[in-house]
Write a protein that binds this ligand. Structure first.
Ligand code: NAP
Length: 239
């Protein structure tokens, strides 16, 4: 890890498994990290593995549907590593079904985790980034934030909204030199949506998404990639 890279502190949400886990594994050899998720065991196991390999990683458990947990997460992160230079809003989930079949509680929960939590985290980290006139926010959205699909009412709504939030946030903070990016992957081989990772055929690997995130984190301080739509090379659907 170079001393320059050491200076950029990154908070990764949803790091206990799937894409967030791969992002943490990719970034830990170059950047100090705060990893978060609800599962303390998974967080501590990942923290130990990354630190044993020379990383500088702190683990702070949080349920991102709780405003108190979000407040505590940001305060504890700053206490532990001094500041947050880059926020990666990756934690998310999907509950699927036609509008008359998905219940309101589930619909609200999807919006809470996929949209309100990134907003609350952004709100918490932004004042410090603005005062330092530097920072980066990366929102893991989805191709479902660009295209609707059968049964995707709640999930696609949350990701379209996250993209709208991301686009507007970039305009809000461009004068302060803060980069804001939406990343929209197609299917990724994880246990997302309750699917065993093994059942999917033509999909991205979590490491593919992590590689793209690494590109964004390494991007020059004068550039801002707005949105990346990332597809598996080999696929059957036409879009
Ligand atoms: N997999 C795909 O096909 C795909 C495609 C496009 C976009 N995405 C997006 O990529 C992101 C990551 O998805 P994934 O496939 O890696 O999913 P995943 O394997 O199910 O992992 C989800 C992560 O989010 C965390 N999480 C879930 N609920 C949480 C809560 N209430 N509070 C805090 N953390 C919570 C989980 O940790 P804990 O359970 O420990 O809390 C876990 O680390 C999501 O935003 C998803 O929408 C996924």
């Amino acid at each position: 890890m170079t001393s320059k890279e050491r200076e950029k502190v990154i908070l990764v949400t949803g790091a206990t498994r799937g894409i967030g886990h791969a992002i943490a594994e990719n970034l830990a050899n170059a950047y100090p990290l705060i990893i978060t998720g609800r599962s303390e065991d998974a967080l501590n196991a990942l923290k130990k593995k990354l630190n044993d390999n020379g990383g500088k990683v702190e683990a702070i458990a949080a349920d991102l549907t709780s405003s108190n947990d979000i407040k505590n997460l940001v305060e504890s992160s700053i206490r532990a590593l001094g500041r947050i230079d880059c926020l990666i809003n990756n934690a998310g989930m999907g509950i699927f079904g036609r509008a008359d079949q998905i219940n309101e509680k589930d619909f609200r929960y999807v919006m809470e985790l996929n949209l309100i939590a990134p907003y609350q985290l952004t709100r918490a980290v932004l004042p410090d980034m603005i005062s330092r006139k530097s920072g980066q926010i990366i929102n893991i959205s989805s191709v479902a934030g660009l295209n609707g699909f059968k049964g995707g009412g709640a999930y696609a709504a949350s990701k379209f909204a996250l993209n709208g939030f991301t686009e507007s946030l970039r305009e809000d903070v461009k004068e302060f030199g803060i980069a804001v990016t939406a990343v929209c992957p197609g299917g990724v081989r994880t246990e997302f949506g309750g699917n065993p990772a093994s059942v999917r055929e033509f999909v991205l690997e979590p490491e593919d998404v992590a590689h793209t995130i690494r590109y964004l984190v390494d991007e020059s301080e004068t550039a801002n990639t707005k949105l990346i739509e990332l597809k598996p090379r080999k696929r059957t659907e036409f879009r």
